[in-house]
Design a protein around this ligand. Sequence first.
Ligand code: NAD
Length: 251
Amino acid sequence: MSGRLEGKVALVTGVGSGIGQGIALRFAAEGAFVLGCDIDEDRAKRTAEQGVEVLAPIDLTDPSDVRRFVQAADERYGRADILVNAAAIEPHMAPVDEMDFEEQWRPTIAGEVDLVFLACREAWPLLKAAGNASVINFASVNSFRASRQMAMVAHCAGKGAVLSMTRQLAVEGGPYGIRANTIAPGMVQTSATAAAGALRGPKAEALIARTLVGRLGVPDDIAWCAVYLASDEARWVTGANFSIDGGVTAA
Ligand SMILES: NC(=O)c1ccc[n+]([C@@H]2O[C@H](COP(=O)([O-])OP(=O)(O)OC[C@H]3O[C@@H](n4cnc5c(N)ncnc54)[C@H](O)[C@@H]3O)[C@@H](O)[C@H]2O)c1
């Protein structure tokens, strides 16, 4: 089946890499008009070369940049049916008593939570006007469980916040036909997880052992769930979380 998003306008953040890039390419293949953004121009260029329109650099923690991104969609298409907030900072990892408030805690919360709030706030009038819209935000396995392997107090706080914020967005969006859901991925192979050293060695082996299907995820494992949530197939689905994690949270 193809054309599941035929004619819909999708705003996708963080398309320069990983999950955001996978979603942008999959949405385009399913017939959506996609406008992406990223803070990193080189990464954005690589995605644009694969046929997706990308605005860069856009720093989504800066309200004026967020406005510029949403305005670009409005000017280009005059509407927005889908907002996917895939962008996020590579979170700072440190034990609680060693985590610096200004240099590590605040940037992690801004780069995981503020940018989701800012994009939703800015796009809300366009999503309301669409009357049948879908917001997809990214929680994590770490919205539900702590990690013995890595010190991630700010990351757990940030991803817990995205999960609960999205339920409230679903409540506020309901009367306007805006659905809001989270996807909570397990360990997916992306530049962020490679940088965290999670894809090789004993850390990776421990993570693979926790899955029920014996492998880490790839961006397309997540993108297929996003296609479903963005499409009219999911028109009765809101305020929900989808754990796409190879079974990690099940056992
Ligand atoms: N990869 C995983 O294993 C995993 C697991 C659970 C949750 N997630 C979540 O899924 C989402 C995507 O993760 P990913 O692994 O693909 O990340 P990634 O680092 O591969 O890609 C994120 C993209 O966002 C961009 N970005 C970062 N800060 C930005 C900003 N302020 N403004 C604009 N763009 C910005 C980066 O340049 C990058 O291209 C994130 O919310 C992440 O927390 C990922």
